[in-house]
Ligand binder design. Structure first.
Ligand code: ARG
Length: 436
């Protein structure tokens, strides 16, 4: 069944090629499509394009479909093009001609846009919540291991003392900036495109402020063309957020693989969370973190796919846009799984408490010793020269006491302040505090 059926059949191959994977992907839009239609028909009634009775009947039909979606009984039939056609078909089958009235003043171009905006709003909030759980885990591990020192590196060369608290807290604070990008994508999604119709508005006096209110959008895309141009823009912003979270996770995964390597030996993964080798009986490999690193590195290409798909498209709707769903939907699911797995694996990480006793880390303390000389009145450059000469002569013996006190240092992690910063960013996504 086609909404645009004109009495002749479309070639079956053309049909299959153009519909592509939409029947499966559109299921993720089903409840949003119903929600969008409810707002649209309420508005149509308010401007006299539906009677009160027609509205009641249609709302009842849409509620029934919403129930079926909720109970997992909703399908897009094999000869139906997409979610929009399926909903209209069901209403018409069940309610008769009144079902054919819901599409006045609307095109599938603004209908799919509104569905997508509602979908991304939900998906981005869910992503932020999961990232927040990972953040909380990192914060509490950072506090738990605040007193455990480890080497800090620059150029992958032993540099100055660091701590597990500082290392884990760094990933927590970095996630705050990633959530800022999620919030930016959310703001982009939180605008009503409904009423832009095919892309240039409608001759009906549509009350776009009413549908904005009903759908809980923060604002509208006022200009009908801008509304259509936002298809691809919302995805680009979402892809930036995906990119940010994925890059943080991939980097954490790399650290963990490296620190778990015998040459470092900073952390251990309990054997239940490792995998073995078919030939080497001793192996306990960190495959989870490797798969996580690989998946998160791949996810960083989503922004490229979105950019390439939408670069230089002519103004107005183009069917290419349909393919965006196939890029961002699986990416969002994939990223959620990686965020959750990282949080799960971190719960089981074991930290080596005596790393710095090994003399290979003696040089970590040269700056501490230079600073002690400075505090006793020796000018910095002279203190640097004295300690450097001891290192060169092989006579340097470290004083292993570390006393860092400034904000954001080993001795003062500012965990509470970082948590406050995260809460402020989360409040942009959950203004009334309804986050779990
Ligand atoms: N499946 C389509 C999409 O996602 C729905 C909009 C179709 N519009 C059209 N003019 N063919 O873009």
């Amino acid at each position: 069944m086609k909404l645009w059926d004109k009495g002749f059949d479309i070639d079956a191959w053309v049909e299959r090629f153009t519909v592509g994977d939409d029947r499966r992907l559109d299921l993720a839009l089903a409840r949003h499509d119903v929600e969008g239609s409810m707002a649209h028909i309420r508005m149509l009634e308010s401007i006299g394009l539906l009677t009160a009775d027609e509205l009641t009947a249609l709302l009842g039909g849409l509620r029934q479909i919403a129930d079926e979606i909720e109970r997992g009984q909703f399908v897009i039939e094999p000869d139906v093009e997409d979610i929009h056609s399926q909903v209209e078909l069901l209403l018409t089958r069940r309610l008769g001609d009144v079902g054919k009235k819901i599409h006045s003043g609307r095109s599938r171009n603004d209908q799919v846009l509104v569905d997508l905006k509602l979908f991304y709003r939900d998906a981005l909030r869910t992503l932020a919540e999961h990232v927040r759980h990972l953040f909380d885990r990192l914060q509490s591990l950072s506090e738990a291991h605040r007193g455990t020192l480890m080497p800090g590196y620059t150029h992958l060369q032993v540099a100055t003392p660091s701590s597990f608290g500082l290392w884990l807290g760094a990933y927590a604070e970095t996630l705050v900036d990633d959530v800022r990008l999620i919030a930016a994508a959310y703001d982009t999604a939180n605008q009503n495109p409904l009423g832009s119709a095919a892309g240039y508005g409608s001759s009906f006096p549509l009350d776009r402020e009413m549908t904005t209110r009903l759908l809980g959008f923060e604002s509208l895309h006022y200009n009908a063309i801008a509304a259509q141009m936002s298809r691809g823009k919302t995805e680009r912003a979402t892809a930036c957020a995906i990119n940010a979270v994925a890059s943080t996770l991939a980097r954490l995964a790399m650290d963990i693989c490296m620190f778990n390597c015998q040459n470092f030996g900073f952390i251990t993964l309990p054997k239940e969370y490792t995998t073995g080798s078919s030939i080497m009986p001793h192996k306990k490999n960190p495959d989870v973190w490797e798969i996580l690193r690989g998946r998160c590195n791949r996810l960083q290409s989503v922004i490229n796919e979105v950019s390439l798909l939408t670069t230089n498209l002519p103004l107005g709707y183009n069917r290419d846009l349909q393919l965006l769903k196939d890029i961002t939907f699986p990416a969002l699911t994939d990223l959620l799984q990686c965020v959750d797995m990282a949080e799960f694996m971190l719960r089981h990480i074991e930290v080596n408490g005596h790393i710095l006793d090994n003399p290979i880390y003696d040089h970590l303390f040269t700056v501490e010793d230079v600073n002690r000389l400075v505090l006793s009145g020796v000018p910095f450059r002279e203190a640097y020269r004295q300690v450097g000469a001891q290192v060169e002569a092989g006579t340097y013996r470290p004083n292993r006491t570390v006393a860092h006190t400034h904000l954001g240092s080993i001795g003062n992690l500012a965990t509470g302040r970082i948590a406050e910063k995260m809460s402020r960013v989360m409040a942009r996504l959950f203004p009334s505090g309804e986050e779990d």
